[in-house]
Design a protein around this ligand. Structure first.
Ligand code: 15L
Length: 267
């Protein structure tokens, strides 16, 4: 189609509401799915709006019908109690993938997180590959390893084409010293999703979701291989970050301080 139709789950979340207008400006039509969120996607901001849970098979079946690709952002985005993480992030991902198979939708982009490998040490003088082994730092991070692994099963057993994005810190600004390494601008996020949904990107891919930060720890090679060419660099914020925080680091791990929160306690 001339204007491919994307389902964006979690479209009313912090990332979704920044991503959706950029995707629409880039020529995509967007169907959104999210919980009834105050201030969520309003009429006119998406081409089609569906309200419901990604764990609700009936809603998800309607959501995936006829779309060219799915961008799966829905889920809890931080540490939460085990049953909630399991239901929203793990079961919700299964409901979605299973619905895609039954509907004949083959292309899925999965929003994973650096916290899937959050206990990995920060490298010096080298960049971590995008397929760095799982080393979750939290139930939240573990749920992303489970989601990645479930996606892989659906690639291998059901013929889906999945791009897993191990997203760093996708916010308006890097926020702190760690963010100078982990930041991904919203514009680069839209570039990455645009590259990932392209039909010629098939099979299994796992890439870092990060901008071209001077201080990044993560390889851009895997992203470049699918056509992601980031244009932003957190270095433009470095002076103000160091002025506010000083050069000292918090933790020596990719996932920063997530490992300091007791498992299952909201952070
Ligand atoms: C994440 O996975 C979270 O969703 C986000 O809120 C940030 O904490 C981000 O990681 C990060 O590591 O900065």
């Amino acid at each position: 189609t001339e204007h491919p139709l994307l389902l964006v789950t979690g479209a009313a979340g912090g990332l979704g509401r920044e991503l959706v207008p950029r995707l629409r400006a880039g020529g995509f039509r967007v169907r959104s799915l999210d919980l009834p969120t105050p201030g969520g996607a309003a009429d006119g901001e998406c081409d089609e709006v569906l309200v419901g849970s990604v764990t609700d098979t009936d809603v998800v079946d309607r959501a995936v019908a006829g779309v060219d690709a799915v961008v799966h952002l829905a889920g809890l985005s931080k540490e939460r109690a085990w049953p909630d993480v399991l239901q929203a992030n793990v079961h919700g991902t299964w409901v979605l993938l299973d619905a895609c198979v039954r509907a004949g939708v083959t292309k899925v982009v999965f929003a994973s997180s650096n916290h899937a490998v959050g206990l990995t040490g920060r490298p010096e003088g080298e960049l971590l590959a995008a397929d760095t082994p799982f080393r979750a730092d939290s139930y939240y991070g573990w749920s992303k390893t489970a989601g990645e692994s479930l996606c892989r099963l659906f690639v291998d057993r059901a013929g889906l084409d999945v791009v897993v994005l191990r997203i760093g810190s996708c916010f308006p600004h890097p926020g702190g010293v760690r963010g100078l390494s982990t930041w991904m601008s919203y514009d680069d996020c839209a570039r990455l999703v645009t590259a990932a949904v392209a039909p010629q990107v098939t099979g299994w891919h796992c890439v870092w979701g990060v901008s071209a930060n001077t201080r990044r720890w993560w390889s851009l090679a895997e992203g470049e291989a699918i056509g992601y060419h980031p244009q932003d660099d957190s270095e433009q914020f470095a002076a103000e970050v160091f002025a506010a925080e000083g050069p000292q680091e918090d933790d020596d791990l990719v996932g920063g301080d997530f490992h300091r929160t007791p498992l299952g306690e909201p952070n």
